[in-house]
Write a protein that binds this ligand. Structure first.
Ligand code: NIG
Length: 416
């Protein structure tokens, strides 16, 4: 048993209003004690207990590690040419996914794994301590199982996205039977959730509903890629089917805001910090993707004002958002989407944890181990923290583009 005292913290964001002020549960002149993989004490530096080791934060800001709840990081090749064409005026279309499918199928296990490990390391350097990633660039039974297996060795949550697009040249009905049948059966042991791209050019409402219902019958959680390229049924479907999250959300109408907010209203009355006690569908916005596809920014401000629970994620993938930077997503959410820094930081930490169902103790990682909750710095939570080379989280938006992450602890181990 080893304990580490991190003291001299100028500003500590706990995300627990019971521990500090405001939405972020902020404490000044604070300290944290870690014991093995958990946080065991949080409070004023002056009252901190002794520990085996000490790290002096020297007045800098500490916050939970980022929880990146939406990525597609098992892939081969890249799509530089497509990006250049887009920046020259071409529109993004789902068809580009098949380019990555071809490159992924052609890649060796070792190459896919090395690429994933590179991206995970990059994300860690940027302060990310919890990562979800999806399959969806294999689209055969063997290639989807392979992607899920490789992902499971490196990330915290794996989602099956066989219903990404219909592979080039295949019959849509035959493929849907496969995704909801033999492919799901083969991938299910390796994943905790199933996702579907419900969009023109991918899967329509009927097909998407079938994917979600089959997943639920198999005991898996669900997510939806929705309202990315135009208005559609994605949000309504996700809420009706009790999905953990619906992601993208560039094109929303009044009823979508109502549905997302309403999904949280059914049980405990909302009050700051009590999302953990309730269960609805998280609205996950992907600011880097909106910019990289030159699509409208998701209306995150209005979603929060309407009462939705919002998460911010990177959507790291080679087509629409080739970045692991959660700090960039947070800065964009503040500077372009109208969130306060506190709201954006919360959405990129606790919001992502709720989207993964990882905000409560006992959630299972892909290796089957029960994990302490993430997204907060509070006694009992997993010891996932980042130290900024700045006195406050405000600098994340005040100094956009500057790599401020100075140190990262994941499950109590210093990884950066
Ligand atoms: O979340 N929208 C669908 N899937 C990815 C994009 C995948 C790609 O273009 O390769 C996304 O943006």
């Amino acid at each position: 048993m080893t304990t580490l005292l991190i003291d001299g913290i100028g500003e500590l964001t706990t995300n627990d209003p019971g521990l500090g002020d405001g939405l972020g549960g902020r404490l000044r002149d604070a300290a944290v004690v870690l014991e093995n993989d958990r946080v065991v004490w949080v409070g004023p530096s002056a009252e901190a207990p002794a520990a085996d080791e000490r790290f002096d934060a020297a007045g800098r800001a500490v916050l939970p590690g980022w929880v990146d709840s939406h990525t597609h990081m098992v892939f081969g090749g890249d799509r530089t040419a497509e990006f250049e064409a887009r920046m020259a005026g071409e529109a993004y279309a789902a068809g580009g996914i098949n380019v990555t499918v071809e490159a992924t199928r052609a890649a060796s296990d070792r190459r896919l794994e090395a690429n994933l490990a590179r991206l995970v390391a990059e994300a860690r350097r940027g302060g990310t301590t919890t990562l979800e990633t999806k399959t969806g660039y294999g689209l055969t039974v063997a290639d989807e199982v392979r992607a899920a297996r490789i992902a499971g060795a490196h990330v915290d949550a794996v989602t099956f996205l066989g219903a990404h697009v219909v592979p080039a040249g295949e019959d849509p009905d035959v493929y849907l039977d496969l995704v909801t049948g033999a492919m799901l059966d083969a991938v299910a042991p390796h994943v905790s959730a199933v996702d579907v791209f419900c969009e023109t050019g991918a899967f329509d409402e009927g097909a998407a509903r079938r994917v979600l219902e089959t997943a639920r019958a198999a005991g898996l959680a669900t997510r939806v890629h929705g309202n990315q390229l135009g208005h559609g049924p994605g949000v309504r479907l996700a809420v009706e089917e009790g999905s953990l999250s619906v992601d993208h959300l560039g094109f929303l109408e009044d009823e979508d805001f109502d549905a997302l907010a309403g999904s949280w209203a059914a049980s405990t009355a909302p009050s700051a910090g009590t999302e953990a006690a309730r269960r609805g569908t998280v609205a996950t916005v992907l600011p880097a993707c909106d910019l990289s596809t030159r699509m409208p920014l998701a209306p995150a401000r209005r979603l929060i004002d309407a009462g939705a629970v919002v998460a911010i994620a990177s959507n790291c993938n080679p087509g629409t958002s080739y970045t692991t930077s959660m700090s960039f997503a947070v800065a964009t959410a503040v500077l372009q989407m109208g969130l306060t820094v506190q709201e954006a930081v919360r959405a990129a930490t606790l919001g992502g944890a709720i989207a993964l169902g990882a905000h409560e103790n006992g959630w299972r990682d892909p290796r089957g181990s029960a994990q302490p909750r993430v997204g907060v710095v509070a006694p009992g939570a997993r010891a996932d923290l980042q130290l900024l080379e700045a006195p406050s989280v405000t600098h994340l938006a005040y100094r956009p583009g500057v790599p401020l992450t100075a140190a990262v602890w994941r499950a109590g181990i210093r990884v950066v």
